[in-house]
Design a protein around this ligand. Structure first.
Ligand SMILES: [Zn+2]
Length: 397
């Protein structure tokens, strides 16, 4: 008996008492039963003491040392006279009909955060399919999607390329204040987005105060249509990317025209950076290139001026004025390289200017893209959209 008390301490499941223990080479089998004498009838709430029959359930628990632990639980079926019903007692450490204890499931779930299902399966010694099932069960239980939506005020809309090289995008919705993914949609089509937001209801649509997104037209159209109180903000990263593309295209031309000029080497990432962020060495490299190409210097400073507007303007109105001035100056300088960008400004100026009011950006979403990528790696070969979504949402909360 004393031995059993020792094992009960070790087992640390206070609701059960140990009846017997069998230790084999690979498995420790612990026969146990619930200590509580009666059980509550789920129908009438009365405590019932009449046991109709016993049966055994085998439930896998956390290993002890290198041995698997199997709990052989002697489960009671009760009979409630007032309801004329049979019911089986519930266990506080394992769900009905489940072959693992809660803590064993949690352990497998934790392992599967960073490792793929097959690796976890090998560690725990079950099939990869089982790991997948456990992981998805826990995901379903822990994520409360409606609750996630209820709190959102500032929404980020972004995409994640599902399969590389293909135009196959998932749409990622984020709560920019909490920095979490709220939901994932199977594509970024306008119809999908509109239908999705409409079915979330008018209250949700009205509570959105800001939407941060990129240039994808469906995002802007949808936001205008669905969120009457929201300011649309074009994500700064995507705006300056267009400007950087101009610089990079010009750099490539320079390289092509003058292969031997070493000043144009290693320039790509330096050009992308803002002036104030450059190291002394990078400033020297940049100056050397500017000496050889005054045009490069010119367009670099034009880009910097645009950054300056985003960094140093305090109201949306002033930002729009500054952007208009920037366009006018550009026309005077007779630089045509930014013509494409200037054209996009016609429809997006306001959304770019909205940025200066509270510097809202999707940077958080960009970070979450890595999270999705890592989930895809760990679930490889077994994931479909629904699985991916569940796992990402469970981790991002
Ligand atoms: Zn009853």
């Amino acid at each position: 008996m004393e031995k059993n008390i020792f094992y009960e301490e070790l087992l640390n499941l206070p609701s059960v008492e140990i009846l017997d223990i069998k230790i084999d080479t690979n498995i420790i089998t612990i026969e146990c039963q619930v200590k509580q004498i009666g059980a509550i009838c789920p129908n009438c709430g009365e405590t019932i003491f009449t046991v109709n029959q016993y049966y055994h359930r085998t439930i896998r628990d956390l290993n002890m040392g290198i041995r698997h632990v199997h709990l052989l639980v002697k489960v009671r079926q009760f009979y409630c006279k007032s309801c004329n019903r049979y019911f089986t007692e519930t266990l506080d450490f394992a769900d009905l009909n489940k072959e693992f204890t809660h803590r064993q499931s949690d352990y497998m779930f934790c392992l599967a955060r960073k490792q793929c299902y097959t690796e976890v399966a090998a560690i725990v010694d079950v099939s990869a399919k089982t790991i997948e099932r456990i992981v998805l069960d826990i995901c379903r239980k822990t994520i409360d999607i409606p609750e996630r939506y209820r709190q959102v005020k500032r929404l980020g809309i972004d995409e994640h390329s599902h399969r590389k090289g293909k135009k196959d995008y998932l749409c990622i919705l984020t709560d920019l204040d909490r920095g979490i993914i709220i939901d994932i949609l199977p594509n970024r089509k306008k119809e999908t987005l509109i239908a999705h937001f409409k079915q979330l209801g008018i209250d949700f649509c009205n509570q959105i105060t800001d939407v941060s997104c990129d240039y994808w037209d469906a995002y802007i159209t949808t936001s205008k249509l669905c969120f009457p109180n929201a300011k649309i903000i074009l994500d700064r990263f995507h705006v300056t990317k267009l400007l950087n593309n101009v610089l990079d295209a010009f750099r490539k031309e320079l390289r092509k025209a003058d292969r031997d000029n070493t000043n144009y080497k290693r320039l790509k990432w330096i050009l992308y950076k803002q002036y104030h962020a450059l190291s002394d060495q990078q400033l020297d490299d940049l100056d050397a290139a500017f000496k050889d190409s005054p045009m490069l210097k010119k367009i670099y400073h034009i880009r910097e001026k645009f950054h300056h507007i985003l960094d140093n303007t305090d109201t949306v109105e002033n930002a729009i004025i500054a952007i208009n001035n920037w366009v006018e100056e550009l026309a005077k300088k007779e630089v045509t390289l930014f013509d494409g960008f200037v054209k996009t400004l016609q429809n997006t100026k306001e959304y770019i200017a909205n940025y200066v009011e509270n510097y809202l950006s999707n940077a958080v979403t960009e970070g979450l893209n890595n999270l999705i990528r890592s989930v895809r790696r760990t679930a490889f070969g077994m994931s479909n959209f629904e699985n991916l979504k569940l796992r990402v949402l469970a981790i991002s909360s």
